[in-house]
Every structure is written in C-alpha cells, then in structure tokens.
Design a binder for this molecule. Structure first.
Ligand code: HEC
Length: 465
C-alpha cells in the first residue's frame, strides 16, 4: 500500500545517511568531500527517439526471423549509447553515460523516494563495488554474502546500475493490477508482500500474478571489475574457451590459463612473464588504456570497504585502477527485455566465437576507444523458434560471471530472469526450479503459483526492503 512515512530498519537508515553524506571508515561524516559531494545527475541514453527505444514490434519481427546480425547490431547500438561521453566529469575524468546512472543501492534506498519527492540533487556514490552476489549462490543471507572473503574470485567486483527510466519507475508507486485501486511501491518488501496477498485474495490467474511492466526505455546494467596496480604489471585473466581452464566444467576467471599483463604507464609493449592464477606464464603486455578503468582514491576506497564490508584480499585498495572486464545490459524494449553481455577480449573473438564475438560492431565514431575491445553475445529469446516450448535453447553467458553457476556454460539470461519473483523459495536468490536455459512458461503454476513476478528484474526480490 502507498505510504509516505515508513519505519526503516536502523541499518537502512544508516545506509541512507551514508548515501547522503559520504562516510570514511570509522571516521566522521565527510559532507564536503570532493569525491562524494559532487552531484552527478543521471543522463538518459543519448540515442535519438528513432533508435531508442526501438519499437517492440520491430524487434519481435527480428526475433521471429532469428535475424541474429540485426539483433547484434541493436545490442551494439545500446553499447554505443551507454559508453558515449556524458556531459559530466568525476575526479577529472569524463564519465560515460552509464556511470551517471543510479546504483541499485541508490535506487532501492528510501532516499530515492525522498529525493524524487523533493526533486533535490544529492551526493552520490557512483561505484558501490562489492563481490558479485551471483557468487553467493547457496548462502543463507545477503549480509553473509557481503562479508569479507579471501577467495581469489572475490577480487572481482560488481555493481548494478539503473537508467533514469528504470530508477524513476521504481521510485513511484504503481496501481497493481492496473485499475485495481491499490498502489504499491516495488522497492518495499512489505508492499510487495501485500500485493502478493491481494493477488491470492482475488484469485488472480498465474499469468497475471506480476507487477506492472517497466517502461520501454528502462535499462539495467551489471558491471564487473578487476584491479590493476598503479605500478608494475598486473595480470588480468582473459577468456580463451572452457578448455583453457584448469576446471573446464566450472571455468571461473580465477581458473583461466591465459592472462594479459596490464601496464598502467601505457608505455610498454611485447610480452612479460607474469603470475596468472598461480601459474607463471608469458603474457602479452597491454596498456591500461585498452580497458575502461577508474582510479580509486583513499576516500572512495574507505567508503566502499565500509559499505560493502570488504576486508583482506577482497578489499578495494586506494590507488588501484578498477578495470571494467564485463557488463550485462538489459532493456525493456520488448516484453521479455533484450539481453546482451559484453566482456573484454582485447578486440578479438574467442575460440569458436563462443559465447560471442566482436562481429557487427559499428565504426569507431559510434563505439570509441577501449569500448571496441569488448566482445558480446545476445539472448533475445529463450529458445529458437522463440515461441516454441520445445525450441533449441539460446546460449549466452558472460565468461566472468555465469561460469560460476551450475551449468553456466549453457545458460540463458532471459530464462533465469523470467524466474524473478517473490516470495522466494530456496535458500539463495536462485529458485529451486532453477533452469540454466530453455523455455519458461510465465503461466506455469508450478513455478509462479502463489508468487508475484517482478518483470524479469531480480533486484526487486533481492533488494526491496
Ligand atoms: C542463473 C540465473 C541468471 C542468469 C543465467 C543470468 N542472471 Fe542476471 N541476475 C541474476 C540474479 C539472481 C541477479 C540479482 C543478483 C545480482 O545482482 O547478482 C541478476 C542481476 C542482473 C542484472 C541487474 C538487474 C536485475 O535484474 O537485478 C542485470 C542487468 C543482469 N542480471 C543481466 C543478465 C544478463 C545480460 C545475463 C545473460 C548474459 C544474465 N543476467 C544471466 C540471475 C541470472
């Protein structure tokens, strides 16, 4: 139900305060700190209305025809918009559009509602780096997931960003179902529980047990980073197929045998001997500028480590460059969202173009500089043909992310996200009926009976509070 004032748990209030003021670990609130007081405003995708959002009928026609090249071009178009320069800078660096967007923490914090109400600008934490939550499959609580680890996999850092359209949608309450006379906030766990109870009471058909749809321009991202030291060479593992892993069935990036040696001075060439996941290998030297990266200052590192409870090997270190190795992109341009994922591949194609490639990338005016070094795959349907429950599963995964999951090498973004619902069953964010790929029937009572679907957005059941 709609309410203005809510009782927020103490920890959430603290988090909100941190979002407002910025905080140094153990220290006082730093209200004028350069890194946090700057008011970066989210900027929309800088693509003309004729290009974005693409009408769903156009995309559905391409999907029905399985026109992979045209659908890949569409994903690169999104990439060109996301990676274009925004009008704002941070710590002397022009921000790409996606950096200006609200993080999941900001979107789901009560501050988002208050800020929307007051239309007041507020300081930001642009990069709430934390260990990827997907790697916490099976743990009992998200809090546990964020506790410091020494697992080398947890050198990987992740965060989720939401476009202005996505974040505003979540900041508002929505009449659900349409014309029911009852409105709910989808960032409130108690509202969502009440919505679910109302769907029970009205005996709503399983296919209609859902929140209302996000707007067409809604876009959600998940970013993945690895650190590069400010001096010397740092090893970054690169995907060279599952066979290039010491664990080909579960080839997470900490098992890959190929690395590049990243040079923060952007001056060295050739090869160098470097420790790559525990093995000494001869690696190609690549300049840091071949990646998108951000250098973390002391205040930012302290805030991130305190917010995400990072310690030991998992802590973010001041002076390190956090280097973008992967990005998930999803847009509500079609009912089941478009799905694409990008990962750093040094501008080349992986063996057998699996799970994707740099093919169909537009010219250097559209996709600039380091952004050209990322390969990509798409899954705009669960199966082919798209509407045939017995169709062939479409496989698309990010080598830095889904390789951590059971059968991740056969996974499909849309199938897993179709499962997003609450209440949750099972211990973690993953449903017990977890399918890595294949057709998911949104009217299946075995999966969705008694639940509320959250329009393919996993953040809602996980981050609503
Ligand atoms: C096996 C299940 C699974 C698969 C496969 C999967 N995801 Fe997710 N995804 C999740 C879960 C759970 C979350 C929320 C927790 C988190 O952020 O890790 C999530 C979060 C996201 C988010 C942030 C917004 C949201 O919905 O919460 C994006 C964007 C995203 N995934 C895109 C993708 C893309 C693109 C692919 C395919 C390349 C993909 N996902 C594959 C389970 C999955």
């Amino acid at each position: 139900m709609t309410r203005i004032a809510k009782a927020w748990p103490f920890s959430k209030v603290l988090y909100a305060l941190v979002l407002i003021g910025g905080v140094a670990s153990g220290g006082p609130l730093e209200f004028g700190a350069r890194a946090f007081a700057q008011n970066i405003k989210p900027e929309p995708m800088p693509l003309p209305p004729s290009e974005f959002p693409t009408p769903s009928a156009d995309l559905e026609a391409l999907i029905a025809a399985n026109n992979v090249a045209a659908l890949r071009k569409h994903a690169w178009l999104l990439w060109s918009g996301l990676t274009a320069d925004s009008s704002q800078s941070f710590n002397g660096q022009v921000l790409p559009i996606w950096e200006t967007w609200l993080s999941e923490e900001e979107t789901f914090s009560p501050v988002n509602q208050l800020a929307a109400a007051a239309a007041a600008p507020r300081p930001r934490i642009l990069r709430p780096f934390a260990p990827p939550r997907q790697f916490q499959h099976g743990t009992s609580a998200l809090a546990k997931a964020l506790v410091a680890r020494t697992d080398p996999k947890l050198r990987l850092k992740a965060f989720v960003k939401m476009s202005p359209e996505s974040a505003s949608f979540l900041a508002a309450s929505h009449e659900t179902p349409a014309k029911s006379g009852q409105s709910y906030s989808y960032i409130s766990a108690s509202d969502l529980a009440q919505l679910n109870a109302a769907l029970d009471q009205s005996n709503t058909a399983v296919k209609d047990r859902k929140i209302i749809d996000f707007p067409a321009a809604a876009t959600d991202l998940k970013m993945i980073f690895l650190p590069v030291k400010p001096s010397g060479l740092s090893a970054i593992p690169i995907w060279n197929g599952a066979a290039d892993s010491i664990d080909p069935t579960q080839p997470t990036s900490d098992t890959w045998k190929t690395c590049v040696a990243v040079d923060p001075t952007n001056s060295r060439t050739g090869t160098a001997s470097i420790n790559c996941n525990g093995q000494q290998v001869q690696a190609e030297i690549v300049p840091l500028k071949a990646f998108y990266s951000v250098q973390i200052d002391a205040a930012e590192a302290a805030t991130i480590n305190s917010l995400s409870k990072l310690g030991g090997a998992a802590a973010v270190e001041a002076g390190d460059f956090q280097t973008l190795v992967a990005m998930h992109v999803t847009t509500k341009e079609i009912a089941n969202w478009t799905w694409a994922t990008f990962w750093w591949q040094n501008g080349k194609n992986p063996p057998n173009d699996f799970p994707g490639s740099v093919a169909d990338m537009p010219d250097a005016y559209k996709v600039k500089g380091p952004w050209r070094n990322y390969a990509m795959c798409i899954s705009n349907s669960m199966v082919v043909p798209a509407t045939d429950p017995k169709g062939k599963p479409v496989v698309c995964f990010n080598p830095y992310l889904e390789t951590n999951q059971a059968d991740g090498l056969n996974s499909n973004c849309m199938s897993c996200h179709a499962m997003a619902r609450l209440p949750q069953t099972g211990p973690g964010p993953y449903p017990e009926t977890y399918l890595p790929n294949g057709f998911v029937d949104l009217a299946d009572p075995k999966i969705f009976g008694g639940a509320t679907k959250t329009d393919f957005v996993w953040s809602i059941p996980i981050a609503a509070h």
